[in-house]
Design a protein. Structure first.
Length: 104
């Protein structure tokens, strides 16, 4: 699992570098946004892990479908923040031609 850092966006603009998704998943800083692009010919599912529980019951993870050739922007809420690391974990059904751009 790779720990990805966010690029700070300013009023002057900035180029955000796309990185390949890691086969074991990735983490991003809580508060960051991520653009996930799927260059593959098949749809991919991105799972945003929910580390918390309510009354001892696990909160369901969020699955996000990214169509073939499509892209989505994701802004994880506090429910997805790991309180120990202050990061959000992402895993993928496939990493073929899957890239991420992380920014804040």
């Amino acid at each position: 699992m790779a720990n990805l850092n966010a690029t700070k966006v300013t009023s002057a603009g900035v180029a955000v570098t796309a990185v390949n998704a890691s086969s074991g998943g990735d983490t991003i800083p809580y508060g960051a946004r991520v653009r996930i692009a799927n260059g593959d010919e098949s749809a991919t599912t991105v799972t945003v892990a929910t580390p918390g529980t309510v009354d001892g019951l696990a909160i369901a993870d969020r699955d996000i479908n990214i169509p073939a050739g499509g892209a989505v922007f994701v802004k994880p809420t506090v429910a997805y923040r790991d309180p120990e690391t202050n990061r959000v974990s992402l895993t993928y059904s496939s990493v073929t031609s899957l890239t991420l751009e992380v920014f804040e």
